[in-house]
Write a protein that binds this ligand. Structure first.
Ligand code: FES
Ligand SMILES: [Fe+2]
Length: 347
């Protein structure tokens, strides 16, 4: 979009509820602290020395220092750089100074899950604790997921709905022989089998979407002996800006009998290659469209009975009602706190 700079663009939708990935697990080594943008605010992630990941509001409740700028991990606690108050895993202040009579305000924490190499936090506009969980994925024999992140203009719903927009598979990606099965809706989950072909190779997929923030899809190309799992996890970071992280993991049936060390060595090399040659080019085509799309009518109800309108109607459950538009952070009205920023404690 050229006419409107996206920093000033209003969103047609409020921030959605659910689980959203804020970083890769590998970005958080024990003892490290990371600031991540999330729905118009910063969230601070850290990993304790024992390996637990925690997420908190960015600012210290004492005098407002940003914990992502100079905050440190001491054992299982997060320590503020300003006066060295320390906060435990549940956000409680476990060490305070005496200058203000030892007053101990708690730090707000977010519910966190680590899932297949991604760190998710739970968002709920009403402040509810998690009402559903991310899926169990059988990774037996699969390679370690390899992926990267992208930050784009637009709405994160692009990512989960992509797998239900069958028309674009042929038009944009040039896949052929599409045969979608009916989507199955199960509360916060939706799934659909699609049979198709890529360069003449038969390809069967099962596209599972868990809330709007977690796409977990299974792919099988029998003639190559290839099974793959592709993860795609999006998050809205500002009203019209979002980030997604992908990951691909696979196994070849003809490698199953090879010695593990050899198999792992081959997977290590092939993982990056497969990601670069398969996933990156496909997402580049989508990104070209997503980055310049007109979103002004995006919140209009979807009519019809195909997979795409079924998906669009299913997706409405994640948007807090009434759907008032979010605005850019620098627009002259309160943005983040009035649209979906929940206060939660514990994990
Ligand atoms: S502002 Fe954090 S300890 Fe004072
Ligand atoms: Fe696509």
């Amino acid at each position: 979009m050229n006419a409107v700079h996206h920093a000033e663009e209003a969103s047609p939708l409020p921030y959605p509820d659910g689980w959203f990935a804020l970083c890769f697990s590998r970005e958080l080594k024990p003892g490290s602290v990371l600031t991540t943008p999330f729905m118009g605010r910063d969230v601070v992630l850290y990993r304790t020395r024992s390996g637990q990941v925690r997420a908190t509001d960015a600012h210290c409740p004492h005098q407002g220092a940003h914990l992502g700028h100079g905050g440190t991990v001491e054992g299982e606690n997060l320590v503020c750089p300003f006066h060295h108050y320390a906060y435990g895993q549940d956000g409680r202040c476990v060490r305070a100074g005496q200058a203000e009579g030892g007053r101990r305000a708690a730090l707000r924490t977010w519910h966190v899950r680590e899932w297949n190499g991604f760190v998710f936090v739970w968002q709920n506009a009403k402040g509810l604790a998690p009402t559903w969980e991310l899926p169990e994925v059988d990774m037996d024999g699969f390679s370690v997921p390899v992926g990267r992140s992208y930050t784009l203009r637009g709405l994160m719903q692009n990512l989960p709905e992509n797998g239900y927009d069958i028309e674009h598979f042929g038009a944009l990606h040039r896949w052929t022989d599409m045969s979608p099965h009916a989507p199955l809706v199960d509360g916060p989950r939706i799934s659909m089998h699609v049979d198709m072909a890529w360069k003449g190779i038969r390809w069967r997929t099962l596209i599972g979407v868990h809330g709007l923030g977690c796409v977990s899809s299974d792919h099988e190309m029998k003639s190559l002996g290839l099974e793959a799992k592709i993860f795609a996890c999006g998050v809205q970071v500002a009203p019209m800006q979002w980030t997604f992280r992908d990951g691909i993991s696979f196994r070849f049936s003809w490698l199953a009998k090879w010695p593990p060390f050899l198999r792992h060595a081959i997977y290590a090399v092939l993982s990056r290659t497969l990601h670069r040659l398969w996933l990156v080019p496909v997402f580049k085509e989508d990104i070209m469209v997503w980055s310049h799309r007109d979103y002004s009518r995006y919140a209009e109800p979807a009519a019809g009975s195909g997979p795409y309108p079924i998906f669009r109607r299913w997706a409405t459950q994640f948007y807090p009602a009434p759907a008032t538009p979010t605005r850019a952070a620098n627009a002259p009205m309160a943005a983040a706190d009035s649209h979906g920023v929940a206060r939660q404690t514990g994990s």
